[in-house]
Design a protein around this ligand. Structure first.
Ligand SMILES: [Ca+2]
Ligand SMILES: [Ca+2]
Ligand SMILES: [Zn+2]
Length: 471
């Protein structure tokens, strides 16, 4: 049980850190038993007469292994299984040597509980997870697979399964262990928006609205939730967001902190993330999408992140990272007055293109708009997504086992996937800065920090009792 409680990096600490001390592994009440499976057997979760074999990881075979192990636990060992709501099989090493070639996954898991299926939120009984014997000692793998068992889906980036380095439900190119991304933190009930959800009611066309937001690891309630579809077509909607836009964006500031959340190698290196996720419940099926990673001026940002603003397609909403101070990032939201990327009206007192410069302050207004070809300091279009040949499991037709997520790719990432190069040395210290202002006008505005001291690092204050995962 060292993985859970006694090693230098443990699953227990991992949960406590990422959940802001609200969730832990119930180490004292977890058990591990050794079960020797026969090569074939009869009886699965779905049918007492269904045959299974250990030679295939497809179909209902993996469920048959669980049924056998559970019968052994109950009938031979006399264990009361009803108290164990997360059940994990650690496979023998080298399971691919006796299974199909495409069974080289690092893990499998049910999405939510195995029973009932489809999930009924209020009757979570237990989940099933399968961990490969060759990689079973990796806390990240457990955190990822058990994330599925808590309804989380993979964290993607455009065109890339697992492409979100902001989440343990993604993986690609990140440096170390990771917590989850804001929509997932929200799904798990581990954190809430920093200010009430920002809707069309809170936005005005051509007017930037700024927020100082804390680094994710310092506060459970650290992100902005922006449901742009809310209020669509309403009388009070003067936001300028096109009615066709229904995206929900989540904006956060994330910095490498301690071993359990290290997207980048150097502690303190951070970025503003924009996620898109239209889900509205903790069992929602859509996968989270990392829409943008933004460099934070005056902060310590990874060298490969160069964009400082992001525009959501079809929404005219521009998210800009503007500043950094004492662990907080300053983020500005602005809705363009048109689809153009220039200051279209030099006398309307609006920042038409949301570049932070209004009317004559904007160099666009110093020359005829028609001649403006490549305005200085403009947003660049996002680079094409980096595609590596990672196919979605479903596309490969590998999801023949109902309800299971096949981790074909995880073993690649666990076994010597090259890591990103170290970040460059931090820039020279910036001059002392004034304290950040409280977030500007808005419902439930919240002061980000004051001059009395820096925000304290470390995990947030425990909220309520811990929820235990029983393995
Ligand atoms: Ca402008
Ligand atoms: Ca203007
Ligand atoms: Zn997975």
């Amino acid at each position: 049980m060292k993985l859970f409680g006694n090693a230098s990096v443990t699953l227990s600490q991992y949960y406590r850190f990422c959940s802001y001390n609200t969730t832990d592994v119930d180490v004292a009440n977890s058990i591990a038993i050794s079960v020797k499976l026969p090569c074939t057997g009869t009886g699965t979760l779905f049918s007492a007469t269904q045959n299974w074999t250990v030679n295939s990881c497809h179909g209902n075979n993996p469920y048959g292994w669980f049924t056998f192990a559970e019968r052994y636990a109950v009938n031979t060992l006399g264990i009361d299984l009803s108290v164990y709501n997360h059940r994990v099989i650690v496979m023998p090493k080298g399971h691919t040597s006796f299974q199909e070639a495409d069974c080289g996954w690092a893990g499998l898991s049910t999405t939510g509980p195995v029973r009932p299926y489809p999930p009924i939120p209020n009757s979570y009984l237990y989940s099933y997870t399968w961990i490969a014997g060759d990689t079973w000692g990796a806390p990240w793998l457990w955190f990822h697979e058990l994330g599925h068992s808590l309804w989380l889906q993979h964290a993607n980036s455009p065109g890339m399964e697992y492409g979100d380095i902001a989440s343990a439900m993604g993986a690609a190119k990140g440096y170390g262990l990771r917590c989850f991304n804001p929509p997932q933190v929200w799904q798990l009930g581990w954190g809430s928006p920093y200010v009430p959800p920002i809707t069309r009611r809170n936005l005005r066309r051509g007017v930037g609205r700024g927020y100082w937001i804390p680094a994710a690891h310092t506060e459970s309630d650290h992100f902005l939730r922006i449901p742009l579809g809310e209020g669509m077509g309403a009388d009070w909607d003067v936001s300028g967001v096109p009615d066709s836009c229904a995206a929900q964006l989540w904006v956060s500031y994330r910095a490498s902190s301690v071993v359990y959340d290290m997207p980048w190698k150097d502690v303190g290196t951070g970025a503003v993330f924009v996620h898109r996720w239209n889900g509205s419940s903790y069992v929602a099926a859509p996968k989270t999408m990392l829409a943008a990673s933004l460099r934070v001026p005056n902060g310590k940002s990874p060298s490969d992140i160069t964009d400082m603003s992001y525009e959501e397609d079809g929404c005219r909403l521009v998210v800009s990272a503007k500043d950094f101070w004492l662990g907080y990032a300053y983020v500005v939201l602005c809705v363009k007055t048109s689809d153009d990327d220039v200051e279209t009206d030099c006398g309307n007192r609006l920042d038409d293109d949301c570049d932070g410069l209004i009317d004559m302050d904007d160099p666009d207004c110093l020359r005829p708009p028609s001649k403006v070809v490549s305005p200085g300091g403009k947003r660049l279009p996002p680079p094409p997504p980096v595609r590596i040949p990672l196919a979605d499991d479903e596309e490969n037709g590998l999801s023949s086992t109902p309800g299971l997520i096949f981790e074909d790719l995880l073993h690649v990432m666990l076994n010597g996937k090259p890591r990103s190069p170290p970040s460059p040395a931090p820039p020279s210290p910036s001059p002392p800065r004034p304290p950040p202002p409280a977030n500007v006008s808005g419902p439930g505005k919240k002061a980000a920090a004051n001059s009395a001291g820096s925000p304290s690092p470390g995990v947030g204050i425990p909220k309520g009792g811990r929820r235990a995962l029983r393995l």
